[in-house]
Design a protein around this ligand. Structure first.
Ligand code: ADP
Length: 449
């Protein structure tokens, strides 16, 4: 096992990892930018090192500074959290070459899955079908029109290197596709450093269902069931739940099996998520694989009773998976609410500033992961996630009642948050019936077309 783990991240996820390390008896090193000296993860770690100014590129994405911090502090492993360097193959490689364990998959797996069009190709070869569309990247307008014709409109143009719900453009017909194709390439180049795009049929009212997996270094792979992440705004997840309501058990089983197969196909190790879209008819398609621990992992932890970050650290240290598939006992229902510093009345515009006061709810079946405290100032340079509220109940009804209670107890003063918005969602009759799909928020809550 490691002695000291450096956490190359900030905010709630850094705190989450520090907590898992502490329970494992591992020392921790926090890194932070100059504006984050007062962030909670810095206070909770055994040691803290400033790695640069507030710009992400100068600090949390600054590979030489992070590796130096690990070397100076004597850390023998780095946990990247999610975002920042979590899916940066080069960073994983640098760690490997410096004899520091990167708590995550091999750089080869990150490279394979990081390019979404390549990932689809690899999976298709293994018999795991993606959403119908181009057979890899699309070079020019002519090719784009050809694939769109084959797949049928509407189509979505996606950046191969895209992520976080960005880098996607919808085209309803040839004309629109012609107009946006080159812009999409340029945007992909400036946003992700790679102009490559590919085309997919845009599915009608799909659900986003993802499967959590974990693999050790010895070829053992297990799954932890599904999460429904259909409640999104502009392709960004806002609320996640497990199990997925009204999902046919045959589909659930098939997806779990495919996710394990996907991991085995690329000799994966560590925690990962295989994302699928499921259409109205029950057809399912591979969308992408995320090679990191995800924001929404606590939903799975709540229904499985397993600390995924702890397991992730264990397998990274070379231990065999301690759990076998048949022993995973799924119990009850869990829902996670992302509490963002955003103005849902103003197009979900992120806001920075001081949190005058926060009241964190508690009680049975309640978990709040947050780095925010009363008096904390949210800097404008990073993402707007303030807290994750996770509720568990014996069934969905109980979880929803608990959600209503805790969303009301959770008070954040000084900044607008997504709390009122979540209250609206859980009060919606369609949501209560579990009739969710990826455009649910746009259609059912915001009344958009
Ligand atoms: P990212 O990596 O940016 O999160 P994904 O490929 O996971 O991007 O897609 C994010 C979301 O975009 C999906 O959950 C879904 O809502 C929507 N989406 C992506 N591809 C399609 C598609 N072919 N048809 C319909 N919706 C899609």
């Amino acid at each position: 096992m490691f002695k000291k783990v450096l956490i190359a991240n900030r905010g709630e996820i850094a705190l989450r990892v520090i907590r898992a390390c502490r329970e494992l008896g591992l020392e921790t090193v926090a890194v932070h930018s100059d504006c984050d000296a007062d962030c909670a993860h810095v206070k909770y770690a055994d040691q803290a090192i400033c790695i640069g100014p507030h710009q992400p590129s100068a600090s949390y994405l600054n590979v030489p500074n992070i590796v130096s911090a690990a070397e100076i502090s004597g850390a023998d492993a780095i946990h990247p959290g999610y975002g920042f360097l979590a899916e940066n193959a080069q960073f994983a490689e640098v760690c490997e070459s410096c004899n520091i364990t990167f708590i995550g998959p091999s750089s080869a797996s990150i490279t394979d899955m990081g390019n979404k069009s390549r990932a689809k190709k690899i999976m298709a070869k293994a018999g795991i079908n993606g959403v119908p569309g181009s057979d890899g990247p699309v070079k020019d307008e002519k090719e784009a029109l050809k694939f769109a014709k084959e797949a049928g409109y509407p189509v979505i143009v996606k950046a191969s290197a895209g992520g976080g719900g960005r880098g996607m453009r919808l085209a309803q017909n040839d004309n629109e596709l012609r107009k946006l194709f080159n812009t999409a390439r340029q945007e992909a180049k400036s946003a992700f450093g790679n102009p490559e795009v590919y085309i997919e049929k845009y599915l009608d009212h799909p659900r986003h269902i993802e499967i959590q997996i974990m693999a050790d270094n010895y070829g053992n792979v297990i799954h932890f069931g599904e999460r429904d992440c259909s409640i999104q705004r502009r392709h960004q997840k806002l609320l996640e739940e497990s199990p997925a309501v009204n999902l046919d058990s045959k589909i659930r089983q098939a997806l779990c099996k495919l996710a394990v197969k996907a991991a085995k196909t690329i000799n994966y190790r560590g925690a990962g998520t295989v994302e699928f879209l499921v259409d109205k008819k029950g057809n399912y398609y591979f969308m992408e694989m995320n090679t990191r621990i995800q924001v929404e992992h606590p939903v799975t932890e709540a229904v499985c009773g397993i600390d995924l970050v702890r397991e992730q650290i264990n397998v990274a240290s070379g231990e065999k998976l301690a759990i076998i598939q048949s022993k995973i006992d799924f119990k009850g229902h869990a829902i996670e609410f992302r509490i963002n510093a955003e103005n849902s009345e103003n197009n979900f515009l992120p806001v920075a500033g001081k949190v005058d006061y926060i009241n964190i709810p508690g009680g049975f079946g309640v978990r709040v992961d947050t780095h925010v405290y009363s008096g904390y100032t949210v800097p404008p340079f990073y993402d707007s996630l303030l807290a994750k509220l996770i509720v568990w109940g014996n069934n969905r009804e109980e979880a929803l009642a608990r959600a209503k209670r805790t969303l009301t107890e959770l008070e954040i003063k000084g900044l607008p948050t997504t709390i009122p918005f979540h209250l609206k969602v859980i009060d919606n009759d369609y949501f209560k019936q579990g009739k969710v799909y990826t455009n649910f928020i746009a259609h059912r809550i915001l009344g958009e077309k």
